[in-house]
Design a protein around this ligand. Structure first.
Ligand code: MSP
Length: 522
């Protein structure tokens, strides 16, 4: 492994049969928060997302829209997927599409390698297949002939296909999860994977012969590669899988592989925790550090999905609450790893109490007081050991939680600090101190300590709410004195007295406008 290895995080690549909904956004935002956090820790980071464009599911959508599959994918990627991520302020380093030549070429080369190594053989697949899941099913997976996940009838396949010797990797995989429990989290997900492996795993058909929307099997042009075999490889093809070590791709691979964190929804855990590492083991490659299965966003107690017409577009929420509140809410309200219902009422309540009243108000009160009592200039550096100690504890707890993908725990710790700072202002009553000119130093110290605490809060919340914290940074005058907020390091947050005295504050836009006002201005 290269010494300067980047922290490499991936999201699943999304099917382009439809536009993104908030379930897709949930994973992508989580990945964005963790990678932004790690960048602010000063680590090299590589963040990949993308689209899964082959297979029957996507092909059928194209047919029903009377366009070629490629035209359909191009349109959806450019008009729906990429713009959604831009709108949500996702700072991905790369976006892979499985129809790109860089992917197709490396997938074919990888498949040939496994064939040459003796892990691929010809066979016949007979059995049910769910196009919604793009998955070969067992009779036990069905309910009255229908897929339990999609509630729709399955296809009955009888095809001569190419098979991958998945069963040969059951023991190595069990060994892997025993030795490296952190490789599959949360624990419930790992237990599910272990139980599945222990129940016996059959070899996997990795090609299809009845349609042609896919990557051709390199030695058998009548077949296309099974969409999951093709899609899983994106994580490695995007960073140069199989390229010569001294080429650009080879160097990129050495710097990024293996992926450190792979985020997936729990419905696609087995593909990622069984098939994917087995494919890598067969090729003699390192397996990812961790696959983390998060829960589902539920609507009416069921997984929200476009196919069940319960899909909600991110813009339905961001138009009303704003992008940063969207990013904050889902990670704050739902423990990552567990299913969560959400409602507009809950989101409105948290928006008002946590974002507008707790955080936004603290910032606007401070700026208003510095304008009123200090001519808009940050007063002399002061120190408050109680706040400084609480901040050090906060950073410690938040860092451990966020790095363990406990976003809720991390955000809670930061918001607790925000509450503490609000409490400090209320207890100190700077507006009362200001009435006595003899207490000017005391007043300045209260305002400085509050301002430096807000500096810390802005940095800590920046990965979660990048635009709002940028506005706040600007109004603290910190952009001019300390440089862009994204460059501020988590390790420096606990240093007290960082915000330079003499910086000019400005009253910026209201960070979290009252929801009624937002509605009126829409
Ligand atoms: N294309 C495959 C993934 C291939 S990765 C090599 C796929 N795509 S998907 O678009 O159907 O789903 C992508 C991700 O979105 C999955 O992780 C899935 O769990 C997640 N979600 C889809 N609906 C969801 C919710 N209602 N809630 C949370 N996440 C959900 O599967």
């Amino acid at each position: 492994m290269s010494a300067d290895k980047s922290f490499y995080l991936t999201t699943p690549i999304y099917y382009v049969n439809d536009a993104p909904h908030i379930g897709h956004a949930y994973t992508t935002v989580a990945g964005d928060v963790l990678t932004r956090w790690n960048r602010q820790k000063g680590e090299g980071v590589w963040f990949l997302t993308g689209t899964d464009e082959h297979g029957e599911k996507v092909m059928n959508t194209d047919k029903s829209n009377n366009v070629s599959p490629q035209q359909w994918c191009d349109r959806l990627v450019e008009e729906a997927w990429k713009p959604s991520w831009t709108a949500l302020n996702i700072a991905n380093d790369d976006f892979i599409r499985t129809t790109e030549p860089r992917h197709e070429m490396r997938v074919q080369r990888f498949m040939q390698l496994l064939k040459d190594k003796g892990f691929i053989y010809a066979g016949k697949f007979e059995g049910p297949y769910c196009i919604g899941c793009e998955e070969f099913k067992l009779p036990g997976d069905l309910d009255d002939g229908k897929c339990k996940v999609h509630g729709k009838p399955v296809e009955n396949l009888s095809e001569d296909n190419w098979f991958f010797k998945l069963s040969a990797f059951v023991e190595p995989l069990l060994e892997h999860y025993k030795k490296n429990p952190q490789a599959c989290e949360p624990t419930s997900a790992r237990n599910e994977v272990i139980a599945f492996l222990e129940s016996g795993v059959r070899d996997l058909s990795i090609s299809r012969s009845t349609f042609d929307w896919g990557i051709p099997v390199p030695w058998d042009r009548d077949q296309v590669i099974y969409v999951w075999f093709d899609a899983l490889l994106n994580y490695a093809t995007a960073v140069g899988l199989g390229d010569e070590p001294d080429s650009d791709g080879g160097k990129k691979f050495a710097k990024t592989w293996p992926a450190d964190v792979q985020l997936v929804g729990k419905d696609i855990l087995r593909f990622h925790a069984v098939i994917w590492p087995a494919m890598l083991m067969a090729a003699g490659l390192e397996v990812p550090g961790k696959v983390f299965a998060h829960g589902w966003l539920l609507v009416g107690g069921e997984k929200m999905s476009k196919s069940k017409l319960t899909g909600i577009a991110p813009s339905d929420i961001t138009d009303h609450f704003g992008v940063d509140a969207f990013r904050y809410y889902f990670l704050r309200a739902i423990p990552f790893g567990i299913d969560g219902s959400f409602s507009c009422e809950d989101m409105s309540a948290r928006y008002t109490s946590e974002l507008a009243n707790e955080f936004g108000n603290l910032a606007s009160r401070l700026i208003a007081m510095i304008e009123k009592y200090c001519d808009g200039v940050i007063p002399a550096v002061a120190h408050n050991s109680e706040l400084a100690m609480k901040l050090a504890q906060t950073v410690d707890v938040a860092d451990k939680a966020i790095c363990a993908l406990d976003f809720q725990g991390g955000i809670n710790a930061i918001m607790d600090y925000c509450k503490r700072v609000n409490g400090f202002v209320t207890e100190q009553e700077p507006w009362a101190i200001a009435k006595d000119p003899a207490r000017v130093e005391e007043l300045n110290a209260v305002l400085y300590n509050t301002a430096d605490s807000i500096r810390a809060l802005a940095i800590l919340l920046h990965p979660v709410m990048p635009s709002t914290t940028e506005i706040l940074w600007e109004s603290l005058g910190a952009n001019t004195t300390l440089g862009p907020i994204g460059n501020q390091k988590i390790a420096d947050v606990t240093k007290w007295g960082v915000l330079p005295a003499g910086s000019k504050v400005t009253k910026g836009a209201v960070l979290f406008p009252r929801l009624e006002e937002k509605l009126e201005s829409n």
